[in-house]
Design a protein around this ligand. Structure first.
Ligand code: KG4
Ligand code: ZN
Length: 352
């Protein structure tokens, strides 16, 4: 089976061709520069940029895969959650393509697809996904922070999520306070590598609470007060590095501790992580060390596949088509607020 997938839920336009659990091509065009002067993603600009890029990028994905459109067996796109106007570009283009080619169309849940990205192009390859179930999945990006219990293929429970800001949002908002360009996560990661993570003591919100939810808005506020109480600190490059390292340490500590707590409680043998924040080097190191200590297998998405990409959409669509060949209707609409727990009817996903 050869499948073309589109992902346009936020500020990455991505197109991919997958075949039998393998990614033949995965083109990603980031709009970061377009949005950085506004300090965040501007939905209308994002949609226009997707419109400009999608068809050329579909051609790129097909060319790199060495596949003609006529040879596609199915077409898929992200249905939600995401920015409504951005989602519509990829979703409607995929439906139109499926219509003219007379092929099945699948609308895919963005977070459910993230669960598959740690398995793509990895060792073992995605087709061995089932070997590592059940597992505990951390999805951590600019828009979301959540823990998902993957019990078996296409069957997962949302355990908990952030009650306010996502971890990536916290990185970005703290970066703004420090004066770093959007998105600040990668720059904080870079500065923190040469800073002292114990220099300043920031709160670890909800770290000891007996649930799987997160909260990061209080941490951002404490950095705001810290900067108010330490005027001039931002003029000292060394102290800025210490500040970045200390804030990063608080975020990573919460993510690692809560992930490991849930994994232990559920007695899963494997932990996975994906989403833009999974690029963070301290998070990768500390999750690796914690899983080694707890004798858990860890699968981290490759950095290129941590951020939003169409490969994960295509891999999940293919598995859905193979396991329950029930293509979706071309009249379906995007679901900008689609909750992972609401995919239950389609994929036996529930919130516990
Ligand atoms: O998954 P993603 O590309 O888009 C969505 O938010 O859906 O994630 C982007 C987020 C941004 O908040 C960005 O600052 C953060 O991931 N990020 C990082 C790093 N790379 C990206 N945060 C911390 N360290 C990084 N190395
Ligand atoms: Zn995402």
């Amino acid at each position: 089976m050869i499948l073309l997938a589109f992902e346009t839920s936020c500020d990455e336009t991505s197109t991919a061709v997958v075949q039998n659990g393998r990614v033949l091509s995965n083109a990603i065009s980031s709009q970061i520069r377009l949005h950085s002067e506004y300090g965040g993603v501007v939905p209308e600009l994002a949609a226009r940029e997707h419109l400009r890029n999608l068809i050329p990028m579909a051609r790129t994905a097909l060319r790199e895969a060495g596949v003609a459109a006529a040879h596609l067996d199915a077409v898929a796109a992200t249905r939600g959650p995401g920015l409504p106007s951005a989602l519509m570009v990829g979703f409607k283009a995929a439906q139109a393509l499926a219509f003219v080619l007379h092929r099945p169309f699948l609308g895919i849940h963005h977070h459910e697809a993230h669960l598959y990205s740690p398995w793509i192009n990895g060792d073992p390859p995605a087709s061995d996904f089932a070997t590592f179930q059940p597992n505990l999945s951390l999805i951590v990006s600019g828009g979301h922070t959540m823990l998902v219990h993957v019990e078996s293929e296409l069957n997962h429970h949302l355990l908990g999520a952030t009650l306010d800001d996502a971890a990536g949002e916290c990185f970005d908002k703290v970066g703004k306070l420090i004066g770093l360009p959007y998105p600040a996560g990668p720059e904080i990661d870079r500065l923190a590598e040469r800073g002292n993570p114990q220099a300043f003591d920031f709160p670890r919100p909800m770290i000891h609470e007996p649930n799987d939810d997160f909260s990061f808005s209080g941490l951002k506020t404490s950095v705001r007060y810290f900067l108010r109480d330490h005027p001039g600190l931002l003029e000292d490059a060394g102290r800025v590095r210490d500040l970045c390292a200390s804030v990063q340490a608080a975020i990573v500590d919460v993510l690692v501790t809560k992930t490991l707590n849930a994994a232990r409680r559920l007695r899963v043998p494997c932990v996975t992580a994906s989403g833009g924040v999974t690029c963070n080097r301290a998070l990768r190191r500390q999750l690796t060390a914690a899983c080694e200590r707890a004798k858990l297998t860890l699968r981290l998405a490759q950095p290129k596949l941590c951020t939003d990409n169409a490969a994960m959409i295509g891999i999940l669509a293919e598995r859905q088509l193979q396991s329950r060949p029930k293509p979706h209707l071309l009249s379906e609409e995007v679901l900008p607020d689609w909750d992972l727990a609401e995919t239950g009817a389609a994929s036996s996903t529930h919130r516990t």
